[in-house]
Ligand binder design. Sequence first.
Ligand SMILES: *Cc1c(COP(=O)(O)O)cnc(C)c1O
Length: 421
Amino acid sequence: MSRFDGTREEAERHDRADPLGFLRDRFVHAEPDLLYLDGNSLGRLPADTPEFVADVIRGGWGRGLIRSWNDWIDWNRQIGDRLAEHVLGARPGEVVLSDSTTVNLYKLAWAALDHAPGRRALVVDADDFPTNRYVAQGLARQRGLDLRVVHSDMDRGLDVESLRAVLDDQVALVVLSHVAYRSGALADMAAVNALAREAGALVLWDLSHAAGTVPVRLTEDGADLAVGCTYKYLNGGPGSPAFLYVRRSLQRRLRQPIQGWFGQRDQFAMAPGFDPVDTVDRFLTGTPPMLSTAALVPALALVEEAGVDRLRAKGRLLGELAVDLAARRLAPLGFRLASPEDPDRRGSHVTLWHPDAWRICRALADEAGVVCDYREPDRLRIGPSPAYTRFTDVWDALERTGRLVESGRHTRLPRAKARIT
Ligand SMILES: *Cc1c(COP(=O)(O)O)cnc(C)c1O
């Protein structure tokens, strides 16, 4: 039996009892009536961010000029340590901000492949986020390796047994996402790490859809390597710098392919040859983008104040409400759940299948004030970020979806997809 009764009053009760309700006002809501269920693609703007970034621009850049680098030079490591402690369950000195998720994935995958020259294969999930598959394909081609593909279920996620079937003493590296971008399926990190270790392979985790909303325990779960972005549930802003994690005991044994001066020992000695520093900084490349790094500072403070465990508890309940309402209100209109049913096996987003999902998604944004994502094939992805989404927002969004589909207004839109879905 469902734990919900389907009424809006019940959603209102959950809002009143929400221990994180206070966080909503710490974000900018430029259109109060907009129901924004896309925090898993681009998190909202924290209210403190514009002023903080303006200070870095006027004070740091405008007045401090080059002198500000004395302070700025450490930000990517300081923020990395905060991410390690509050978001990633890692130790100080294991996480640093750098480049984009895609670039970090390439750097760490390359380093891991170099580390096991006798092994001729890497493993990727056929349903992983495209950039991960493309990077893995490129690495296999560049290095003449065998790319082994696991086929996880599009809606239910990775089955550890299918991973076991492709592992042997030829596999150097496994690349996987902790939370699947399409279905929200949550992989069993500890089990995968243990399985790979048994086969002598390293695992590189992509935490983009997990960081800031699902408790990640890299140390406890025995993780080797990880990357992830900061503009989804961490609300760092469009294109904010990504993070990378390398387990301490691996750091000195790995070398990344881009020998940049930010990875150099005694950087300003300007030595003739590259000699990477012993710390996690050896995975850095060049000058960090300070303005977008600055935007992450107030955002991270909010996640720390809320605590990922509380965010997870709320995100889970928001997801359960969405699944329950979808079954009541939307299943009769042709929708079905395209995410794991068990909330313990899901991250913070929920995906619904409908044959006309693309046009419904467009019409929701254009005519109903509901922003969510369309994802191939025929899926509507609902990402109610627990930091600022109310239970009534989820209720209202699904009700507006129901009314829209009943009205048939979406069928007036063209079937052709836009450049960005
Ligand atoms: C969002 C996302 C990315 C983004 O990579 P960028 O380099 O920032 O474009 C990568 N991997 C996954 C799994 C994602 O969800």
